[in-house]
Design a protein around this ligand. Sequence first.
Ligand SMILES: CC(C)(COP(=O)(O)OP(=O)(O)OC[C@H]1O[C@@H](n2cnc3c(N)ncnc32)[C@H](O)[C@@H]1OP(=O)(O)O)[C@@H](O)C(=O)NCCC(=O)NCCS
Length: 158
Amino acid sequence: MNIRRAESRDLAQIVQIESLCFPEEAAFPPRMFAYLIEYAVCLVACQPEKKVLGFIMGYASGKAGAVYTLDVHPQYRRMGIGSSLISSLEEKLQRLGAETVRLEAAVERPEAIELYHKAGYRDRELVRNYYGTGKHALRMCKAILPAAKTDLRTCPEF
Ligand SMILES: CC(C)(COP(=O)(O)OP(=O)(O)OC[C@H]1O[C@@H](n2cnc3c(N)ncnc32)[C@H](O)[C@@H]1OP(=O)(O)O)[C@@H](O)C(=O)NCCC(=O)NCCS
């Protein structure tokens, strides 16, 4: 398995994986993915080079980094792909100057929350109705400076 930058040629596979991970009303629209591939930090896990197994998208703005979405194809789960994608994204965001990474995970997806806890994310707050009425999110944050001197209180929005 290899992790590389997402390219526009990956769009169709990314949209397909998103449709396997989320119901239509919750899925990112294809145009949003096209925009993110162009302007955000987007990585795909592949095997071989062209077959996309999963992807992650995020951004860095000053010292603040964030994860927009993380998806792994259902046939390739529990192989460490999600964990590898998050740590690769953190490395990229760190190189872009980020000192913290923030993300939201749906409360109804304990497997994602477990993955993020394992990756070192801490719970910050419950955001009610984040994904629509009754669909709450857990906002999580992690300091990504090796020296671990970052004060989590500087994490934006906390
Ligand atoms: C959440 C998701 C990205 C995990 O991807 P993955 O490649 O299977 O994750 P990993 O193999 O790296 O798992 C890392 C750890 O996360 C936890 N985990 C992952 N899937 C789990 C599950 N179904 N049940 C319980 N814990 C789970 C485990 O602690 C796991 O470590 P282990 O396998 O050594 O026990 C994947 O299930 C997915 O794409 N889900 C649908 C989309 C989604 O919910 N994305 C998150 C958006 S917030």
